[in-house]
Design a protein around this ligand. Structure first.
Ligand code: SF4
Length: 91
């Protein structure tokens, strides 16, 4: 449903006919780590994430999994661990 509180005119899953159903009835502003993300939206009342109602929770334990500005480490270049016992049997 279309938000009528903070992120006016944006689609939001927490919006209902009775108002915003998220914690305390409103979204939380972005956190410092969000700067540079394409999901950041600027509104009259502040800067909010278009995908997450509380960005601080997304960054609490690790990087936000929806962030567009962080790169995931490429594991394909890492050397695979080789079990020495299995390797000796292959020879
Ligand atoms: S998607 Fe993640 S990093 Fe991007 S603005 Fe939202 S909470 Fe911040």
């Amino acid at each position: 449903m279309i938000c009528t509180t903070l992120r006016k005119d944006d689609e939001c899953v927490f919006m209902t006919l009775r108002g915003c159903t998220y914690n305390e009835g409103k979204c939380m502003p972005i956190v410092e780590q969000c700067n540079g993300c394409k999901r950041v939206g600027k509104y009259d009342i502040g800067t909010f994430c278009k995908a997450v109602p509380d960005p601080s929770l997304k960054w609490k334990n690790s990087n936000c999994n929806l962030a567009t500005h962080t790169k995931v480490a490429d594991d394909s270049k890492k050397k695979k661990k080789i079990n020495p016992i299995k390797a000796s049997k292959r020879r």
